[in-house]
Each structure stands twice: as C-alpha cells, then as structure tokens.
Design a protein around this ligand. Structure first.
Ligand SMILES: Cc1ncc(C[n+]2csc(CCOP(=O)(O)OP(=O)(O)O)c2C)c(N)n1
Length: 578
C-alpha cells in the first residue's frame, strides 16, 4: 500500500529502513541524527537499541549484518571518529546482510564541537557513499543503499547534514518488504583479519572500488539535468535544492551516489557546459578530484570552507545578483544557559566558588563554562575530561590535582569515561572526578542509557551501577551527593580534592525536565531583607534579575522552586512560594 506523508529526513530514513526490511539497529544519540533511532524504535519489526557509544553500535551492526540480516547504525559526524576502528575493518571483511552507516554531519556547527567533513571517511575507509537531498530521497536512498551493500558486499555510508535531517517534505511511503535471513557461513578467509587474510582482503577492496566506480557511472542516483549550456553545477545533498532555487537556468549534475565519483559522467558534463562549478560545503573534495583530472572547475574561490552555503550565496557568486546578501537565518540570538532548576547548577556553583581548574566534557553541563559560572577550562570530546585531568597532573605534579576537577555526565561516563578512570587508577594520579548523574542523556533530548533503567523501546532494563563500576576499576573513594544541597556538595569536593588517591563524586539528581514532580512554586524575594548584594545571581540562574531599586527579583513564570538561590542568600531574603 502506498500513501504520502510529511516527514523529516530523519523520519524518512527510519521509514526507509523499515521498508527495506532492516532487522537490527544500534545507535548512540547525537544531533542531528538522534530522531532516526528514536523513530526506528517505534517499529515492532526492528530490534533497536541504544549502545553505550558509537564504536559498540558499529560493532553490533557489523555483527548483525554478518549474522545474516539487514542492519543499520546511526550517529552524528564525530561519532564516526569513535566508531572508525571497526568501520575501517568492516570494509575489508565485507558484510553478509546489508549494512548502512548513517553519519549526520553538521556544517555550521549548530550543535557540535567541530565541523569535520565526513565525506573523507568514505574515501578513507574505501566504501561507497550516498547523499540524499530531501526526505523522499532519504527513504529511497536507504533502500537503494541496502541493494548496493549486498550487491558489492560492502558497508554503505549515508551522509546526511543538519538541513536534510531536520527539514520536512512530502514522502511516498510503502509497505515493508521482509528479507530472508541469510545463511551464516563461517569463513575465516574473509572475516578473521589476521595480516595474511587482511592482505588478500585489501586487494578485494581495491577491486570492489573499481566496480563501484563503474556503478557510479551507470546509476540513476547520479543524474544530469541539462538546461542552459552557459553554466553547469556539480552538487550533492541539500545544496542541490539551493542550486535549483538560486540558478533555475543552470544545468546540474546531481550526485546522489557521491563516492566513488563518476569520472566519465563528470568529464562529459564538463564538456557540455561553458563554465563548470562545484557547490560543496566545507572541504573542496569534489573540486580537488575533478581538478586532478585536468578539468577546469570553480569552487572554493566562491564558497567558504567554514560553515554552511546558502541559496543567496550561490545566487550572488554564480549568477552575480544579490537579493539579500546575508545569512538566511532570522532567528534572534539567545545565549544558552543551564535550565532553571538544572541539577548541574549546584555543583558548578561550588566549583566556581572554589576557583578550581575544571577539565570539561560534553553534555548539558558544558554550559558550566558560561558566565557567571565560568567553571570550565577545556572541552575536547566526549569522555575526554578524565584523561585531560590526569594528563595535567602528570605535567604539573600532584599538587595541581588538589585544585583540579574533571566533570562528566552519566551518559558520557558510559560512553567513554570508564577507561579514563581505569587509566587514573592504573597510572596513579590523584584526580577528582565528578560524575554528574542526572539519570538521563539530557543534551540530545532525553535518551535512555545504561544507567537509566530503560532501553531504546522504553521497556524496563537492568541498571548499570556507576558506583560499582568506579569501585571495580579500583577507585576506593566514591561519594554520592545531592547537588541541590550546596553545603554537602561543597564538603564532598573539598574532601576529595585533598585526597592522595583518585576519587569520584557522583552528584545525583534527575534532570528537572525528566522528573517534573521536582518543580515547586516559585520562590520570591522579601524586599525588606534583600540588600541587593547580588549573591543569589552567582549561580547563573536565568530566573533572577534586579528590580529598579537594585534589589533581586525572581521571574515567577520561569522559576521552578529549586531553592538554590535561597541557599546562597546571606540575609535570608529568599522565601518559598505557596
Ligand atoms: C562522539 C559523540 N557522540 C555524540 C555526541 C552528542 N552528545 C553530546 S553530549 C551527549 C550526551 C550527554 O549526556 P550526559 O553525559 O548524560 O550529560 P547531560 O546532557 O545529561 O547533562 C551526546 C550524546 C557527541 N558530542 N560526540
């Protein structure tokens, strides 16, 4: 049965996976990819799970594919760095059931710590890449990707970008086509990549690339839309839509199967137009390759290497007319802050007050870096905080650890924090690690993780015990405190900073948005008692400001009654609301 529905790119990928008969999905959340697994988890026919990190997710998907079913793994662009080890080798082993790897890239860094161009990964791992341009293509290309994967015995890389993931368009949906379970054939000459095997498999990979190159020439995923012979544009992904809008007269070579490149098709296209351009975001990958064939093509002299490309930029740079030469975002800038009632605020207030060095990590708590808390010195990637603190101690001596704290969230600890703890114990540093356990993966929109008691389908699941893990790794000093209790949190941090061994403080309180029962009536200021000293504002709560007399004022429509400010007021001027 066919029908038409409005879907985001992410929803359409999930639908495509369903229709393609995918049986197993493993994923780790990360914007802009997260809604793909969330939507796949809704289908009874698909086993869907949150893995603790992208490497495990990749390994699960490889295992499932070799086990004979169609499998998928999804992640944001930086997740592929974490998953790269198994990814590269799966290119050598090949698959059995189809395997599609979805990488959601983030040009413009709407919600990411870097802007890496994951198109390199397809080239680097020597696997084919497809790039959909709208939601319909997201669905269709997933199905096509499984055919390619099985035909060529290769994982297929599907590169999305934020704009494709999150924009909606009409999509034709169909029924699911169940796939037969493929036989599981033991074959050490294919799957056991000891050097003697891997050497032979590398030759297979190179041969496969040649065949994929031929496929790239023939597939309808790469198509020419011939129009004016004056200007020809090579383009892939969402930029295709922008080019169509900006340059309705231009001829277009749209690359849906964007690696390996269809060299002959590109040569023929180049010969058929006067001026050839490539419109690509971030790095000049297509441009460099096409130039290396001796073809004149313009690209990066018109478009930036940093950030997104917009329709107006294309119009201005290629058509030479400019309607509104500015970024096409009308959103008003608003600095991000921890939410009112966020449990992370208490510990950051303490760290800020103690003026310690803080090695940071990635999660909602990254906002501890913002004023007035300013309680974070460095952020690198998920899981890095613990290794960073350890490394700083090795550089500057044990005394440094008496003024340094590593902070990490519960999901991030499960993702890649545990090995940092093992290293600190094994290599004997005295670091203090604060695990900010808000019982959920909050930053990406409340996904469950191994510490929350639920799985990706929302069913009850065993809880992996953070304290137990730390103790099993050899940390003897493990404390649990409620970060809403400033005094207790301050005491715990002071105690552990001076300890002559590694220690862990778990600040445990559910995310305020997870457990709304925590929300209480707004507090208010007793203006008689308030001196306007501003102490209550030191926690960076967005609900507190000053009135026209310089006294504190609480916004009762946003205050959730967490009571943190009450603990900070030296004059007892903040009182509970009814
Ligand atoms: C390798 C990688 N994968 C995924 C992400 C996206 N991401 C950023 S923080 C985060 C998890 C945060 O959860 P947690 O550590 O529990 O902190 P919280 O936001 O709940 O405070 C995720 C999934 C990322 N930045 N890097």
């Amino acid at each position: 049965m066919m029908s038409k529905v409005l879907l985001t790119g992410n929803e359409a990928v999930a639908r495509g996976a369903y229709e393609a008969g995918v049986k197993v999905l493993s994923a780790y959340p990360g914007t802009p990819s997260t809604e793909i697994p969330e939507n796949m988890a809704k289908y009874d026919e698909i086993y869907a799970e949150w893995a603790p990190n992208e490497k495990v997710a990749m390994e699960v998907a490889i295992g499932a594919a070799v086990g004979g079913v169609r499998s998928m793994v999804t992640m944001k662009h930086v997740g592929v760095n974490v998953a790269a080890d198994p990814l590269f080798t799966s290119s050598y082993t090949g698959i059995n059931g189809g395997l599609v790897i979805v990488s959601a890239d983030d040009p413009g860094m709407h919600s990411s710590q870097d802007e890496q161009d994951n198109r390199y990964y397809a080239r680097f791992a020597k696997i084919p890449m497809i790039e959909p341009a709208d939601s319909q293509e997201c669905l269709d290309f997933v199905k096509e990707a499984y055919e390619i994967s099985e035909k060529f015995d290769t994982p297929v890389f599907m590169r999305m970008t934020t704009r494709v993931c999150h924009s909606q368009s009409l999509v034709e949906v169909h029924d699911r086509k169940e796939q037969e379970l493929k036989p599981y054939v033991k074959d050490a000459s294919k799957y056991v990549v000891m050097p003697a095997v891997a050497r032979k498999r590398h030759a297979v990979v190179e041969q496969r690339l040649l065949e994929l190159q031929k496929f790239s020439e023939e597939t309808s995923l790469n198509r020419v839309e011939m129009n004016s012979k004056e200007v020809g544009i090579i383009v892939s992904g969402v930029l295709y839509q922008y080019v169509k809008e900006a340059l309705p007269e231009a001829s277009i070579l749209k690359l849906g199967f964007s690696w390996p490149l269809p060299r002959k098709k590109i040569e023929a296209f180049a010969a058929s137009v006067k001026d050839l351009y490539v419109v690509e975001e971030l790095d000049p990958l297509i441009e460099q390759e096409v130039k290396s064939w001796g073809i004149a093509i313009s690209g990066k002299e018109h478009f930036p290497r940093c950030g997104e490309v917009f329709t107006e930029m294309i119009r201005q740079e290629i058509a030479g007319d400019c309607l509104q030469c500015k970024e096409e975002s009308a959103a008003v800038g608003r600095p991000p802050v921890l939410c009112p009632g966020c449990p992370h605020r208490g510990i950051f207030y303490v760290l800020s007050k103690l003026k310690v060095n803080v090695t940071g990590d990635i999660g909602c708590y990254s906002l501890g870096a913002t004023p007035p808390l300013n309680a974070m010195d460095i952020i690198i990637c998920m899981g890095a905080s613990i290794g960073l603190a350890h490394g700083m101690e090795k550089a500057r001596g044990k005394e440094f650890s008496k003024h340094t704290v590593a902070v990490i969230g519960d999901s991030t600890f499960m993702h890649s924090g545990i090995t940092g703890i093992i290293n600190a114990v094994y290599n004997q540093s005295n670091i203090t690690v604060v695990i900010m356990d808000n019982r959920i993966t909050a930053m990406t929109g409340h996904q469950d993780n191994p510490t929350t008691g639920f799985n990706a389908k929302g069913e009850p699941a065993p809880i992996v015990d953070i304290e137990g893990i730390c103790r099993a790794c050899g940390v003897k000093r493990v404390q649990v405190v409620d970060p809403a209790d400033i005094e207790a949190t301050m005491k715990a941090v002071k105690e552990e900073l001076v300890a002559e061994e590694p220690s862990v403080i778990i600040t445990r309180r559910p995310c305020i948005l997870l457990d709304k029962k925590q929300m209480k009536p707004a507090f208010y200021i007793n203006k008689e008692k308030c001196t306007g000293c501003g102490m209550c504002m030191k926690s960076g709560c967005p609900c507190i400001g000053k009135d026209e007399n310089g006294k504190a004022e609480i916004n009762d429509s946003t205050c959730v009654g967490c009571g943190l400010c009450m603990q900070l007021c030296p004059f007892g001027a903040i009182e509970k609301g009814e």
